[in-house]
Design a protein around this ligand. Sequence first.
Ligand SMILES: [Zn+2]
Length: 412
Amino acid sequence: MALRNRATLYRQLLDSWTRLAPSSNSCDPSTGAFTGATLNRISPQRSNPALLQQLFSSPRAQFLLFRGSNTVSAAESGHTLGYFGASDILTWFANPFDGPGSHEPKVVLKDWVLLGIDDAEHPTGDSYLAVDLPAYYANQPVYWAIDVNPVYQAQEEGPLKNTAQLLDTAMQQGNYRFSEARSVAFHFNAMDSTLFAQASAMVDWNHRNRYCPSCGRLTVSKEAGYKRICPPDEVSGEITGQDAKPPCVNRRGIHNSAYPRTDPVVIVCVLSPDRSRILLGRKVSFPTRWYTCVAGFVEPGETLEAAVRREVLEETGVAVGPVLYFGNQPWPFPNNLMVGFYAQATSERVVLEDTELEDAQWFTREDVQAAIAKYTPTDISEAAPTELRLAPPYSIAHQLIRHWAVEYETSL
Ligand SMILES: [Zn+2]
């Protein structure tokens, strides 16, 4: 692209930016999922066992239960998460931070995650310096996520069988049930939705990283669930019950740890060169007439803008010039971060180079406005075969499209 042409395109898109830019760079919490609330994750305290012991037993503790990475405790309606208090949890399980020998006969779960403190009045500035933070944290509402899957997997064994029955009874009494996460995750309010996004991704990550990728030893959870290490050779057997193995390469240098990962995905609303239409595509697996933004994973060594241009070109054959950031949305299936962009095309001809999409088309503002007006959350799969259908409002794809179609002025 000639330099002058490229500069002109950027100026055009930047001129529009005040109208394209959302008020917040997160997915709109009034309609979007997985955003809208903020916990203090108190990451500096994750290695403070005295505080963690207090927080695990706190009368203000709320525990969210998972059975593996895809099943979460939710109200029978599916519209709220199902939390348990410390009084219940400590009936079934030992406080993992209690001293040696104090656990019998309770079950000691190995996988739990401290989500954070709900502290809207967190001290700042001078008052921050004057406060004993651990003591302050110990009195705030605190959220945990626990994977109880081992209880159900091994329930034939002694105390675990009894614990599984107690858990089932408590679930029934609370009108809770274990639900497949995707079937309930889009109905929660902002607080539950935000907590779910963090908890689900963390439980999934711990669930998938039980073994060291270099030597196969069982890993050990550290830092309140945010780190897993391959244990030292001299204590490996003691911790994990495994026989000695050759020294692990992960114990050398700086590599003896694994941290939770977040995988960035670019999601792009492509504007036509004159910005009068947008380019949307569909996969074979989508419901009839469902079209949405182009999306794909960022590859190693790639900038976000390069990923935008590559994905759009690969999937649609359309070349893209200016790229502008819109906002982002956690997408915990299992641990993605959707990073939304507008991009201005420099070509219009659609060529489906890879097999990712079965179709991609340019749609006018009128097409999109009509689709938004007709949208109802329950009729996605029943759309008339001739009508454009869009991704649902809780997704950043919908927000990108709607923002352009409804809130972006047409007079530009
Ligand atoms: Zn290892």
